[in-house]
Design a protein around this ligand. Structure first.
Ligand SMILES: [Zn+2]
Length: 564
């Protein structure tokens, strides 16, 4: 892995040399130290301003806040694209073996990737930021509309999930895809601009560049996803046949006539609720925030301060999604959400607060500013998903004091849904990874067709007859979080692997399905020591090994979806 990355750097012919067996020298070490300190002094205020503007823009949807966010981002980009600064950094990178401090070395590696991304023409960078902002704003203000009536995102979900009339579901599904049409042109331009930037940096396209900047590479990634495809294909096909049988009965159609709007989720990325018990029922009277507060403080990772700073309920103009952000790397951590009392939002809040505990709240100040963040997006998504999974655990709910009317039925349904969820999600991630890779490799191809070809192959969902619309563009991540989604899948592997390690080491080899953490401060201690505190001093593969004793692999994940 390391080797490949190093050769990757050479391949893009940047100023870098292989310094084998070089001897550390005080001068290089001092220069590296000065560089890292100067970076912190310059960027800390810029990062905080940008973080606050980003927060305001997403909570209000106002033009002036989006403008402020764009300006802040432009300032950061300008500082990162400074060619003279990058020249100095490249020299340090080339001499990294002479740096007499492994953490400082790591700091230089991390900064090198950060600055490298911005070594493109500043005019081009500005165009990219402005296009990306236009797309993001269009997403935030778009509401599906049927017969002239606007619907909140939660209403769309409600009808797709609980509506019984196929015709209404079709209308709602189509309306929810309307956002794709509204951003299609901007997204296509954005893809070309992103590719242009990547080519300026000597990468073959934006996809390849993003993987490199995130310390990953396409060969390893495709191998992992091919392995997963093999591992999940059979179990997924069987699970889907069972789901199709149930859905066909509910909607009174033949299984062969099931359409995308019958699968409860707009993208079939979640498991449809077809296994008798209503998983939402226990949450209708539950206080989701109180449950989160009690759970996280119980395991020794309190989050009440985060909740107090957060913006958690639906309102007009606000982003309809959910995210967590670390504003200053000094503990100002906030969550944006749109909570309604159902299972989806219970899971989502456990997820976002999982990000919140894996932040500067629990990464010590002694870790340098540059390294005081999660190891990688896949490790923070992994932690978030590790906690999110409890919203489908009867054991967890009962011990948390949530009343379940028919526990046996809930248990059977939830276990099945959980298992199906892992399978369904992994097939969906196959579509996302492969679509993005091909979109950036050949942006002029028929993307509407490519999308549905992949959906049919990996998710086994039929394209509606004659459908020719940019449905890929309705997925916000394709626009706003490019080449990111595969990390969710790798995060699932990380979640399983860490959870199994906890079951093995802290619970005496207990069945991972019975390990629910509640009230157990040992879990918080483990997460802090083994996962959070290293921050970015370790790369994702290094951290996985440090926390679990093994490199990232699908073994624990496979056990999770094979378990009954
Ligand atoms: Zn997340």
């Amino acid at each position: 892995m390391k080797q490949t990355l190093f050769l990757g750097v050479l391949a893009v012919s940047l100023t870098i040399g292989i310094a084998d067996a070089a001897i550390a020298d005080a001068d290089t070490t001092a220069k590296a130290k000065a560089f890292v300190s100067a970076h912190e002094a310059k960027f800390k205020p810029l990062d905080v301003t940008a973080g606050k503007a980003w927060w305001d823009a997403n909570t209000t949807g106002k033009d002036e806040d989006f403008k402020r966010k764009e300006e802040a981002q432009n300032k950061i980009d300008a500082a990162l694209s400074d060619t003279a600064v990058f020249k100095g950094l490249s020299a340090l990178k080339a001499d990294r073996e002479k740096i007499d401090d492994p953490l400082l070395k790591r700091g230089i590696d991390v900064l090198y990737l950060l600055y490298m991304e911005k070594q493109v023409d500043p005019e081009l960078l500005k165009k990219i930021t402005s296009k990306a902002n236009a797309v993001e704003q269009a997403f935030n203000v778009y509401r599906a509309s049927i017969d002239g009536k606007e619907m909140a995102d939660s209403q769309v979900r409600e009808i797709l999930k609980n509506g019984t009339e196929s015709e209404l579901k079709r209308k709602v599904w189509e309306a929810s895809k309307g956002v794709g049409k509204s951003v299609e042109a901007d997204l296509k331009e954005l893809v070309k601009l992103r590719n242009e930037a990547a080519v300026q940096l000597k990468f073959k396209n934006f996809h390849a560049m993003m993987l490199f900047l995130n310390e990953q590479n396409a060969d390893d990634l495709l191998k992992l996803f091919d392995d997963l495809d093999e591992l999940t294909k059979g179990p997924f096909t069987a699970a889907k046949a069972e789901i199709d049988g149930k859905l066909a009965k509910v909607y009174d159609v033949k299984t062969g006539d099931l359409m995308p709007w019958h699968y409860h989720d707009p993208f079939f990325q979640e498991s449809p609720a077809v296994f008798d018990a209503n998983l939402d029922a226990p949450f209708q009277k539950a206080d989701i925030l109180a449950l989160c507060s009690k759970f996280y403080s119980g395991v020794g990772l309190p989050i009440d301060d985060v909740i107090a700073r957060s913006d958690l309920l639906e309102k007009k103009g606000k982003s309809p999604h959910a995210f967590c952000t670390d504003i200053d790397r000094e503990g100002d951590v906030r969550v944006l959400a749109n909570i309604v009392p159902n299972e989806y939002w219970m899971g989502t809040m456990l997820h976002e607060l999982g990000h919140a505990v894996y932040s500067s709240k629990n990464i010590p100040q002694k870790v340098h500013y540059v390294l005081r963040s999660e190891s990688h997006i896949l490790t923070t998504e992994g932690v978030a998903m590790q906690f999110e999974r409890f919203s489908k655990s009867r054991l967890w709910l009962e011990k948390m004091g949530v009343k379940i009317d028919d526990p046996a039925a809930f248990d059977t349904a939830a276990k099945k849904v959980q298992r199906n969820q892992l399978l369904i999600f992994s097939r969906w991630c196959q579509v996302m990874l492969r679509f993005e890779k091909e979109m950036y490799e050949k942006p002029d191809q028929d993307l509407n067709k490519l999308w549905w070809d992949l959906v049919e192959k990996y998710q086994q969902v039929k394209r509606p007859v004659g459908r020719n619309a940019p449905d890929y563009a309705a997925k916000i991540h394709i626009c706003s979080a490019p080449v990111y989604y595969h990390n969710y899948m790798m995060g699932q592997l990380f979640a399983s692997q860490v959870h199994h390690t906890i079951a093995r080491e802290l619970y005496d080899n207990a069945d991972p399905g019975t390990v629910i953490y509640i009230g157990d401060k040992k879990v918080g201690e483990f997460m802090k020591k083994k996962v959070f505190e290293p921050g970015r001093t370790l790369d994702w593969q290094g951290l996985t090994k440090f926390a679990t004793g093994e490199e990232l692999n699908p073994k624990a994940f496979a056990k999770d979806f094979q378990s009954k």
